[in-house]
Design a protein around this ligand. Structure first.
Ligand code: ADP
Length: 161
């Protein structure tokens, strides 16, 4: 059975921190499904289609990475596609506190799904989609935090959020 990991997230937008995590996890799995979790009560800066397109562009040359999205429970999505692993990154203690409970819950409701955590490299631990969004909204240059082939313009409707 192929070892499939789901890397769930908002990717609003994808950063070099996410890309580093996927590259470091590739030797551990046969396939990584980078999956945008759609939470209808959450407000995103970039539309789902745009976030998916960026993910597809970034991982276009890696046949073992696929891009998808899902609604509702992450554990249900994993079971649906036959993934027994979740991939998440840890940058600091607050990431850990937040992730710990979720991974325990996913283990129970996902019937034994294991979450594999990779500690971010020191050069990436300050990078988050949140700071990238703030830079973009403020009209700054977020390119140091974005994958090379990605140029992101602020969405007009997102500027006043
Ligand atoms: P979510 O809204 O689910 O937190 P994100 O897109 O912000 O989604 O993050 C998805 C995953 O990527 C999380 O596990 C997060 O910890 C991880 N991640 C984000 N940025 C980095 C980074 N710079 N280094 C390592 N992991 C990261």
């Amino acid at each position: 059975m192929p070892k499939i990991a789901v890397f769930p997230g908002s990717f609003d937008p994808i950063t070099i921190g996410h890309v580093d995590l996927v590259n470091r996890a590739l030797p551990l799995f046969d396939k990584i499904m980078v999956a945008v979790g759609v939470n209808t009560s959450k407000h995103y800066l970039f539309p789902l289609e745009q976030r998916l397109e960026w993910l597809r562009t970034v991982f276009a040359d890696e046949p073992r990475v696929e891009v998808d999205y899902f609604e509702r429970l992450t554990a249900d999505y994993c079971n649906r596609i036959g993934a027994r692993y979740l991939l998440r990154g840890l940058r600091n203690a607050s990431d850990f506190d937040y992730e710990k409970t979720i991974s325990q819950l996913n283990h129970i409701i996902g019937d034994g799904i294991e979450t594999i955590f990779l500690i971010s490299q020191p050069g990436y631990s300050h990078i988050s989609s949140t700071i990238v969004r703030e830079i973009i909204k403020g009209g700054g240059d977020a390119s140091p935090f974005l994958p090379e082939n990605l140029v992101i313009e602020p969405p007009v409707e997102g500027l006043n959020d």
